[in-house]
Design a protein around this ligand. Sequence first.
Ligand code: NDP
Length: 321
Amino acid sequence: MSVILVTGGSGLVGKALQHVINTEPVGSRFGRRPDEQWVFVSSSEADLRNAEEARLLFEKYKPTHVIHLAAIVGGVYINMKNNLNFLRDNILINDNVLHTAYQTKVQKVISCLSTCVFPDKVTYPLDETKIHLGPPHDSNFGYSYAKRLVDVQNRAYKDQFGCNFTAAIPTSIFGPYDNFELGSAHVIPALIHKCYLAQKNGTPLVIGGSGKPLRQFIYSYDLAKLFIWQLREYDDVEPIILSVAEDQEVSIKQLAEAIVKAMHFKGVCLFDTNQAEGQFRKPASNAKLMTLIGDFEFTPFEKALDETVQWFLRHYEGART
Ligand code: NDP
């Protein structure tokens, strides 16, 4: 019997994994296998910044595999003001998870990085060979360096102890169960929430920045399937980018228009160019993924966005707002 422990199991990606594992047919490509037990944990069960709590968690569930999603995560504004917290807390969480996994002989760990790990000044598209070629963008260097270190640790655990630890690098993620709280949300949930409030209050929808930056978004339910594939079929310390193709970039303006359409917003949209907007673009190549996985169909962006908006409207009271 395999026991798959998912840290960060209550977050955007953790909930998507729960959804896929519970809705895909048992024994199918992305469905639960009869010999698998999936355990989803949140910070309420163990604060993974604390080594003893991490140890007790692993002792309780005795995982054979770990998908490590737990992290202190946030949009550009909260990152800019809290680089030290993002650095320290994420280093502690990652170190405790990886070291406890090593000590308890976990067979495989997949940790979750982010395209923030890549250098600010680099040739595009990003690919798995470019992570350490220069400093990351200033705005979120704390989060970025903490995530980069996971790749360094994975290699060290493999070198010294032969551990099967690896990492996934998703591009910007969105979907049901996201964090829609305006002070800390990423761009899609923030704009959905702002649009909802503008609609309700009869005020303009104010979009931070010029609307020109481009982003590659992945639907959390698609990403969950890719994690399941990686868990079962990818055994290499080299990280792998989990993303839609690089020609699927969307500008913030296009994104705002799609949200306005999905929410039937009839008011005025304004761009506030005084607000920071992060990197202009950072297209990532999914060539390695597509070569290895063979066929995989991503949900069309507008459909995924519409499903997310409908989820938000249905769950406004219970969502992270
Ligand atoms: P969320 O913020 O939605 O969820 C974070 C999860 O981590 C929650 O389950 C939270 O538990 C848990 N967590 C936070 N702090 C601790 C702690 N001290 N101890 C234990 N658990 C903790 O994050 P996402 O689902 O968006 O992110 C999942 C992974 O994907 C992260 O590693 C993130 O860095 C990465 N990522 C995210 C992107 C995005 O666009 N969202 C883009 C690229 C990568 P609780 O609910 O109890 O707080």
